[in-house]
Write a protein that binds this ligand. Structure first.
Ligand code: LLP
Length: 412
């Protein structure tokens, strides 16, 4: 992202030009940023047998998944649909770890058919899968009694969390796996999403490494995703070199002391794709109430639900007029619910200083690459926008916009 003549450019292409050519609203991804994040991670974690499982729930555009595969990513899938897309993106079944939640027998059958490694996350699932696939290799997801995340909805460890097998049930896992002749080759935990203080990540590593002693056939340990990115001005990015060093040292010390050979796996979603993505939208409307000046756009929580779901902050740049006098506005969507406001917290609208906004200006909602399109919907019967990849001044469509006809799918 850069500014030229007071206009925003993404991957060397003007945001205004992109909206004109491909329509508005529009999701745009910078290929260089995408490639850079995974490279950063791989450079900073120097443990030789490292596996980065891209948590594709963050963004399942097949082109982006393919780019990450080219950069050496493996894959974390949570549903058969994600596996289907991953296979299309060229991932091999042995590169995919399947971590479902409340997984059905049919989904387990799908995993068996496709030769996937299943990351079992309850004792009942362990029993069912053992009955269906005796002798299978499995991984086990542990709830380490600790959780963290940017919002309560995104904390996946501790007693309030429905995920994983509680750490005090390890004995039961061993018994049941033994009875069902399942080989536990992987241990896993994922404590939550959007964590900017990674000291807790390192603490959880200690807990999981402590439990790893019990399992003799481990080929890898996966410490999950959760690495946060700064959304608000003033939030500090993760110090990746020191985090990478700490993770590498901890894991290396463990394998050396335990005399074991094991891969170190992680499952970032947000960190890899968030900052590469922007949602471009056009200003349709400006109006005032005694409290706020509302700027109305041509998108809404149907296309980016994070502000509405978690009160999340997303930086917004006036791409048509980047530096002008600042004015206090509330940026809203076009969906028929009062919660449909992009500048908000958990309680409601919050004024934001934006460079002077005029009708037809293009606004860029930043950090939209993760959990943007993948959580979008057709609410209010609005088709989803196109997705565009930009690099070196070139733009190409990586997903066409939906049409009205798509809204009828399966009903006629
Ligand atoms: N592994 C597992 C098992 C997960 O459930 C998740 C995310 C990840 C990895 C990747 O986490 P990440 O590195 O992206 O933090 N919709 C929310 C985030 C939900 C995350 C769900 N699980 C948001 O927009 O903030």
């Amino acid at each position: 992202m850069e500014i030229r003549d007071n206009k925003l450019f993404l991957g060397g292409v003007s945001a205004e030009k992109l909206a004109l050519e491909f329509g508005s609203p529009l999701y745009v991804y910078e290929e260089d940023t995408l490639r850079q994040r995974i490279k950063d991670l791989k450079t900073c974690i120097t443990y030789p047998d490292l596996r980065i499982h891209y948590a594709c729930k963050a963004n399942t555009n097949v082109t982006l998944m393919r780019i990450l595969r080219e950069e050496g990513a493996y894959l974390d899938a949570v549903a058969p649909g994600e596996v289907f897309l991953a296979l299309r993106a060229g991932y091999k079944p042995e590169q995919i770890l399947y971590t479902g939640n409340s997984t059905s027998r049919a989904d387990l059958e799908f995993c068996k058919q496709h030769g996937l490694l299943v990351n079992v996350e309850s004792l009942t699932q362990l029993d069912t899968y053992g009955e269906m696939n005796p002798g299978a290799r499995i991984a086990v997801r542990i709830n380490p009694d600790v959780g963290a995340g940017h919002h309560g909805h995104c904390i996946t460890g501790g007693p309030d969390s429905k995920f994983g097998i509680y750490q005090d049930k390890i004995g039961d896992v061993m018994d049941l796996a033994g009875r069902r002749r399942l080989q536990v080759v992987g241990l896993h935990s994922h404590i939550g999403s959007g964590i900017l203080d990674l000291s807790i990540y390192l603490e959880v590593m200690d807990i999981i490494l402590g439990l790893a002693q019990e399992f003799r056939n481990l080929e890898f340990i996966d410490f999950g995703g959760g690495i946060g990115v700064p959304y608000r001005p003033g939030e500090k990015p993760i110090d990746m070199p020191s985090f990478g060093k700490a993770v590498t040292e901890k894991f290396s010390a463990y394998v050396k002391k335990a005399g074991r050979q094991m891969a170190l796996a992680m499952e970032p979603g947000r960190y890899l794709v968030c900052e590469a993505g922007f949602l471009l939208t056009t200003v349709n409307n400006v109006k005032e109430t005694p409290k706020h000046r509302f700027v109305g756009t041509d998108t809404g929580f149907n296309h980016l639900i994070r502000p509405m779901a978690y009160g999340s902050y997303h930086e917004i740049v006036n791409a048509s007029n980047v530096q002008d006098v600042r004015e206090s506005v509330v940026v809203a969507g076009n969906i028929c619910e009062s919660g449909d406001v992009f500048t908000r917290d958990e309680h409601g609208p919050v004024d934001r200083e934006l460079s002077k906004v005029r009708i037809n200006d293009i606004l860029a909602i930043c950090n939209a690459g993760a959990y943007g399109f993948s959580m979008s919907s057709n609410y209010n019967s609005r088709p989803r926008p196109a997705e565009i990849l930009v690099k070196n001044g070139q733009a190409r469509v990586i997903r066409r916009a939906e049409t009205m006809e798509n809204l009828l799918y399966g009903m006629e």
